[in-house]
Design a protein around this ligand. Structure first.
Ligand code: SUD
Ligand code: ADP
Length: 294
């Protein structure tokens, strides 16, 4: 096999709680992760030289060691003494720096792909540990589906599939850095912590309404204040019939869940023709786990 084509799926956070700040500055979290149907295409080709090259459809994305796919390739080649070069073609559809883990998912695809292309037969645990070196969300991207993510993202527990629903993704035209959001989070009494365990119980019971009733993201306490458009999108989603609306990860993307395709489509067109959104996608949940057969 000389090349491999993969899909790197986006995630949303159905619940995001921060438990404490660690001494190294990172935050211990409890998050309900969910893969959605929006994806980037990642193709990896073995070449006849010894270099790593990256090509992407987004002119503003780096193609050097600052791209997470490049970093993933460096890591694998260094760890397993691979000298053969690889060319990575990245077709981005997931909005960048949006709280949807696009870069993390691309990096996970490269780890997975190089494991296959070079017949490394790496056990799943080793791939997850490599993934964590690239970013807190990369291990989850190697798992996919509905999951509980703890620690800084490395402690993963698969959950039963989240109940069927339609997902509307709304990305406003602002940029918010993950680091900025975590650094400005104040863990005081005013913070409303989501009940992550109640979400898990509702998922087990396949109860969409009850699960949605417990959604929450503590990082909204930073972003909604700084960027009112996030609150406005959340409100418009509810006004157009969403069961719930929430910011994903560190934002600025907001998602709405709908129990009817008709309502979701109506909301889609309202955002498409309105002023609040820069990018709008109507998609669904994506449940298959990533399989590690060689
Ligand atoms: C907020 C979340 C929720 O899923 O996702 P995104 O919004 O980025 O998609 C994650 O916790 C983000 O994961 P990821 O984006 O992989 O984070 P990293 O690249 O490892 O870290 C970026 C920066 O965020 C901060 N950080 C990240 C994770 C964490 N548990 N605590 C932190 O304090 C650190 O300051 C770090 O320098
Ligand atoms: N393959 C990639 N796709 C997207 N962003 C990337 C990639 N490689 C590096 N980056 C950088 O990583 C940052 C975070 O991007 P991304 O993973 O899309 O967002 P988030 O962490 O909010 O989910 C961006 O600022 C971007 O410049």
């Amino acid at each position: 096999m000389n090349s491999i084509k993969l899909k790197a799926y986006a995630k949303i956070n159905l619940g995001l709680d921060v438990v404490r700040k660690r001494e190294d500055g990172y935050h211990e979290v409890r998050m309900i992760m969910q893969t959605i149907g929006l994806y980037d295409k990642v193709s990896i080709l073995r070449t006849n030289n010894t270099s790593i090259t990256v090509k992407t459809n987004l002119p503003y994305l780096p193609t050097d060691e600052n791209n997470l796919v490049y970093k993933a390739a460096v890591l694998v080649r260094k760890n397993y003494n691979i000298s053969q070069g690889v060319h990575i073609i990245l077709d981005k559809k997931i909005p960048v720096a949006a709280g949807l883990a696009g870069g993390s998912s691309d990096a996970a695809a490269v780890l997975y792909g190089l494991n296959r292309l070079f017949h490394l037969k790496l056990p799943r645990a080793e791939l997850l540990a490599l993934g964590l070196k690239l970013g807190a969300d990369v291990p989850y991207c190697l798992m996919r589906g509905t999951a509980l993510s703890e620690g800084i993202g490395e402690k993963l527990t698969p959950l039963a599939p989240f109940p069927f629903c339609h997902v509307l993704i709304i990305k406003p035209g602002i940029n918010v850095s993950t680091r900025y959001v975590y650094e400005n989070l104040k863990l005081n009494e005013e913070i409303k912590h989501p009940d992550i365990d109640a979400i898990i119980t509702a998922i087990k019971a396949n109860d969409l309404q009850s699960a949605a009733g417990h959604f929450g993201n503590v990082l909204e306490s930073v972003t909604v204040k700084d960027y009112p458009v996030i609150g406005q999108i959340k409100e418009q989603l509810l006004n157009t019939g969403a069961i719930t609306s929430l910011m994903s990860g560190s934002g600025p993307t907001v998602f709405g869940l709908f129990d009817s395709r008709e309502k979701a489509e109506k909301a889609f067109y309202q955002f498409k023709t309105g002023k609040l959104a820069k990018q709008v996608y109507l998609t669904g949940l994506y449940q298959p786990r990533l399989k590690f057969s060689h």
